[in-house]
Design a protein around this ligand. Structure first.
Ligand code: NAD
Length: 441
């Protein structure tokens, strides 16, 4: 059969299921609901479902527009949420947005959530339904995992009695709705006809360019774009280390490098985190290692993974200038989310910094205005500290009163991992200032 629901998508009468209501799935479900579709969101997390069902956002941090959107689409009945997959039995389109972590040692994809969804979705899958995976997956996964598992659990046949597509997501926590609406997307269909139907679906709320392609290309594009970013950041971090060793300022160097045509060097910093950039480069190469041994991508990962330990070393070195050993020193870490203005702390570099500091015998206190367990008053965390380490460029840290900060500290060491403080201002405030990518002696 050919895909039977193209017209329902065009007329927005299609019933849509969204599985996984996290940073990706929840905004997607909301935008489809606002576009006029009847949307059912499914998540295994009861607490999350209860909160969304009450019209509230389970996502913290600064997410402009999201809470208002949830408060609009839930009471209107356009979006309903549940923990029961059976509620998707009438869905003509199902979009899968579950997390896709990798195994810590092997760096290979786990797909526990994805396989769980495929197992429980199959028995209730509507005949002729289109199943779109938005989760980031290793190239080849749609063919080797998604299609066979869904065929087995549903008893249906891909391309005949159900259809598949892959439309990877590009959002960033802190900018979820803006990214979702404005960013270009690769729309990978099992066939050109399916890609066409997917274009109709996504064009209901995406203003960015939608490029129809095949599934494998879409899988590679997504993992490649994040591997590209990771490599670019690793270059900036490597140059930062070189500049520190040579006694130069990487930010001054970067400004001038970027005046050369075609150069767009990124910012160095205290490490790379989140649910995407640290794992997607590994997903890109997960299925090719037998035929080709990737070199650049693992090297970039190693550089970026080493940055929190480097920040720990900068802290120890700066304390030593005050004859204060790291062992026993009180260190305040500012920022625990993986990036600014979000509450998402998955794979956060701050976690690895804290581990390194504690291994060195430091007594660590953490502050983050968005990560619920670290929201105590900032000055309570700083009071009596021997070093303050700025790890995340949250808005809340942009205009810190350095003199007030200094006044609270036992030893005046400020370590800047995110290029947030003017070194002269720090010196004027009486602080010993150390930073990633600057001369630090
Ligand atoms: N977070 C981002 O900024 C971002 C950006 C682009 C792509 N992605 C990709 O999108 C995917 C989702 O990421 P996320 O950040 O939204 O993850 P998340 O952890 O915030 O959300 C995933 C949700 O899926 C639910 N879930 C897991 N297994 C389930 C199951 N068997 N049945 C129903 N629900 C289940 C979880 O409870 C969770 O609420 C990942 O593949 C990620 O790589 C994420």
């Amino acid at each position: 059969m050919s895909f039977p629901f193209a017209e329902s998508i065009r007329s927005r009468s299609a019933q849509i299921g969204v599985v996984g209501l996290g940073y990706v799935g929840l905004p997607v479900a909301c935008m489809l609901a606002r576009s006029g579709f009847h949307v059912t969101g499914v998540d295994i997390n009861q607490e999350k479902v209860t909160k969304i069902a009450a019209g509230q956002s389970p996502i913290g941090g600064e997410e402009p527009g999201l809470a208002d959107l949830i408060a609009e689409v839930i009471p209107s009945g356009k979006l309903s949420v549940t923990t029961e997959m059976a509620r998707l039995s009438a869905a003509q389109v199902v979009i899968i947005c579950v997390d896709t972590p990798i195994e810590a040692d092997t760096k290979l994809p786990l797909y526990r959530g994805l396989r769980g969804v495929l197992k429980s979705l199959g028995p209730v899958l509507h005949a002729g339904a289109l199943v779109i995976v938005e989760s980031t997956i290793a190239p080849g996964t749609m063919q080797a995992v998604v299609i066979p598992e869904l065929e087995q659990s549903s008893g249906k046949i891909a391309g005949e009695t159900f259809f598949v597509g892959h439309c990877p997501e590009r959002v960033t926590p802190g900018l979820l709705l803006k990214n979702l609406i404005t960013m270009n997307r690769s729309v990978g269909g099992q066939t050109p006809e399916i890609a066409e139907a997917m274009l109709a679906l996504y064009s209901t709320y995406v203003t960015g360019q939608l490029d129809a392609t095949d599934i494998l290309t879409a899988e590679i594009v997504k993992t490649a774009e994040n591997a590209y970013r990771d490599v670019q950041i690793a270059f900036a971090n490597e140059l930062a280390m070189v500049c520190e060793q040579l006694g130069a300022d990487v930010y001054a160097v970067r400004d001038l490098v970027n005046k050369s045509p075609g150069r767009a060097m990124l910012m160095p910093g205290g490490g790379v985190g989140g649910h995407c950039i640290p794992k997607d480069p590994w997903l890109l190469i997960a299925n090719v290692s037998a035929g080709y041994q990737a070199k650049l991508i693992p090297a970039a990962r190693a550089i970026n993974d080493s940055m929190p330990r480097h920040v720990c070393q900068l802290t120890a070195d700066a304390l030593a200038r005050h004859d204060k050993p790291l062992r026993g020193a009180r260190v305040a870490v500012l920022g625990y989310a993986f990036r600014e203005n979000t509450d998402d702390d998955r794979e956060t570099p701050s976690q690895y910094l804290v581990e390194a500091l504690e291994q060195g015998g430091a007594v660590v206190q953490i502050h983050d205005p968005h990560v619920r367990r670290y929201t105590q008053p900032l000055m309570d965390v700083i009071a009596g500290a021997d070093a303050v380490v700025m790890m995340v460029a949250h808005h809340a840290y942009q205009s810190l009163d350095l003199a007030a900060l200094r006044a609270q500290m036992a030893t005046p060491v400020l370590v800047d991992a995110r290029h947030m403080v003017n070194p002269q201002s720090a010196l004027q405030a009486g602080l010993t200032y150390a930073a990633v990518g600057r001369a630090n002696s």
